[in-house]
Design a protein around this ligand. Sequence first.
Ligand code: URA
Length: 433
Amino acid sequence: MDARGILATKRDGKRLSDAQIREFIAGYVSGAITDYHASALLMAIFIHGMEEGELAVWARAMLESGRVMKFPGISKPKVDKHSTGGIGDKVSIPLAPAAAACGLAVPMISGRGLGHTGGTLDKLEAIPGFRTHLSEADFARCLERTGVALGGQTPDIVPADRKLYALRDVTGLIESIPLIASSIMSKKLAEGLDALVLDVKFGSGAFMVAPARGEALAKAMLGLARDFGVRATALHTNMERPLGRMAGHSLEILESFDCLEGGGPADLRELVCLQGGEMLRLGGLAGTLDEGKARIARSLDDGSARAVFARVIEEQGGNPRCLDDRSLLKRASTVEVVRAQRDGVLAWRDLRALGAAICELGGGRKKLGDVIDLGVGLEFEVQEGAAVRAGDVLLRVHHEGHGLAQAHALVERSYELVDAHRPAPLVLASWST
Ligand code: URA
């Protein structure tokens, strides 16, 4: 196969034909097209972008490079959510059992930590024994028995994305709207969904920092959902500040447990209720968003979401006793405080630095295959926009001594104490197919 014609089309800023796209994706997955050809094409896509119809063909070719899961035994509406991620974003963990407690089936393929962000699979593995390597048969069994399956991408789910993503990662080609949209949506569409809620973050802790770029990504993903006949809503939410009070694997599981018991931080609960309510509405189990939100809130308050999560933990090999006995979760041995150096109002400036700090403490991977420390992390004492006095505790660092000086320097870069600061709203906008 001669890939040069395909490369030249995109190099010159033209639209790839449907045949060129199919030939490229199939050829790359089979090995007939090399990494150096693929890198050149990805760079040209990064620079020139893709037209809407072209992106739909590209996403379909990716999806059809592998299997689409089918769950014929499940009559409940199958609805999932995806977040573009950030610092402290643990919404999926309480959300999936809450949505299942309200009658949905939630087949959720999640990822591992990426760059400065944590990954749902890594967080779940902070629960002792929890298995995230699920085969398609395991996925169906978990879904049938509990209404939830929480696993990673199997080798036959979108193999094109596995190869393309790894290549983008090492060639600096992650932050492209058509490449991100097709990567996320091909994996979500492989779950055989009826509907999908997308949480697209904006702010310094998001992949798409500027709200306008987040909006463009949301609209590209909604366009793909429409092409594939999947009802979808995108919510544009705040990642200018951490979500909740905890960031780090075990710490986020603890906060998720609090949420599943009707407590936890208000912003986490609000996003769980909002996204869950919209999942119920899209899945036809609630007439309005408000009705859906109220049902999710009830499932958190009456213990039904927690009971589903106990069954999910057990079904996936974990120890559900950790819900009652939290000392079963791994914790860091030492906690240190960071104090305010002056009077002022807290304004976050660089959330990526917070993610990098957790990574320095051992809570993130610097290269593929690194083992992460699930106990380390950050605990935020002060909310964005709140006034503090010199000497007040701003945050706590949970650590094992490793990488502490680097983490401190990064934390100091992440915030400022200013005279006045007005935080942006938690939810900026929402769009539906
Ligand atoms: N997450 C994905 O799954 N793919 C991307 O390209 C970026 C984030």
